[in-house]
Design a protein around this ligand. Structure first.
Ligand code: AMP
Length: 287
């Protein structure tokens, strides 16, 4: 595995691979790797000649009072995991290098961001879109891999790639979970033992919501209420329980088509998110 620290060096190396006509799979991360990240690498490994992973805790996507300073980091461990998983190039730039000039530009995302995480994390998706534009520009990947655990991020990246005519295939990858259903996340280490046990309810509540839909419920209000009452049994504070169309993230009076049920709960030191995407067939007249 080649390790690269500077934007200049990655650009030089990627140009060489592009000249050779290699396909390039890119997995952007903030590190503290777990099986979720590694499932993206596995998919990228299958699909491409070269796999590039970036590890960069991007200050631009953290708001004031969020966990930028305390975000878990363990570069040594990450290096080993990335190499074992089959990453060819590990790109770990510094903040100074990624944002070397006094920033005069950011990518402002106008759609799909006034709901879910975008509502409470003002500027978060501008930070994500800005850093991804820079990373895509440096790496020029054939395919980019993103986890559906961050389904709103996938919706935003989909818009970014399409609107800026980026010649990149977006590959969404299913959420990897712990045995009890909790979505794997770098932030899970910040749950207390008691919170870790409670946290399984996020996925259970989503499954319950999906079951209600399966049983014929189409009123999002009814489903959200049931999910809330399950989440209220935890010590965490509910940030949101929402159901929208996906990927447009628009409100629906009656559920139909591709929908997302999404939840966010703030525990003492970790804010957890999870979601399920459900395809709801439209009802035939008279049924
Ligand atoms: P992060 O390091 O949290 O920014 O995540 C890097 C990438 O890994 C993002 O595309 C995430 O959606 C994805 N990811 C994080 N957790 C999981 C998971 N449990 N399953 C699948 N993908 C994940």
């Amino acid at each position: 595995m080649i390790q690269i620290q500077t934007t200049k060096d990655i650009q030089k190396l990627m140009k060489k691979y592009q000249k050779e006509g290699k396909t390039i799979g890119f997995v952007p991360t903030m590190g503290f790797l777990h099986d979720g990240h590694l499932s993206l690498v596995k998919q990228a490994r299958t699909d491409n000649d070269i796999v590039v992973m970036s590890i960069f805790v991007n200050p631009l996507q953290f708001g004031p009072g969020e966990d930028y300073e305390t975000y878990p980091r363990d570069i040594e461990r990450d290096r080993n995991l990335a190499a074992k998983a089959g990453v060819d190039i590990l790109f770990m730039p510094s903040v100074e290098d990624m944002y070397q000039q006094e920033s005069t530009m950011i990518v402002h995302v106008k759609k799909r961001t006034n709901v879910l995480c975008g509502r409470s994390r003002i500027g978060h998706f501008d930070g994500v879109a800005t850093v991804l534009t820079k990373l895509f520009q440096l790496i020029i990947p054939t395919r980019a891999y993103f986890g559906m655990k961050d389904a709103q991020q996938v919706a935003v990246v989909d818009g970014l790639i399409n609107e800026f005519f980026m010649d990149i295939e977006l590959v969404p990858v299913e959420t990897v979970r712990e045995e009890d259903g909790l979505a794997k996340s770098s932030r899970n280490v910040y749950l207390t033992e008691a919170e870790r046990k409670e946290a399984a309810v996020l996925y259970q509540s989503l499954q319950y919501g999906a079951q209600l839909i399966q049983d014929g419920e189409r009123d999002p209000g009814v489903i959200k209420k049931q999910i809330c009452s399950m989440l209220e049994n935890t010590t965490g504070l509910i940030d949101y329980v929402e159901i929208y169309s996906y990927p447009d993230l628009e409100s629906l009076e009656t559920l139909t088509g591709k929908c997302i049920i999404a939840v966010a709960v703030q525990f003492s030191k970790a804010r957890l998110i999870d979601n399920l995407i459900i395809d709801i067939p439209s009802r035939k007249e008279g049924k």
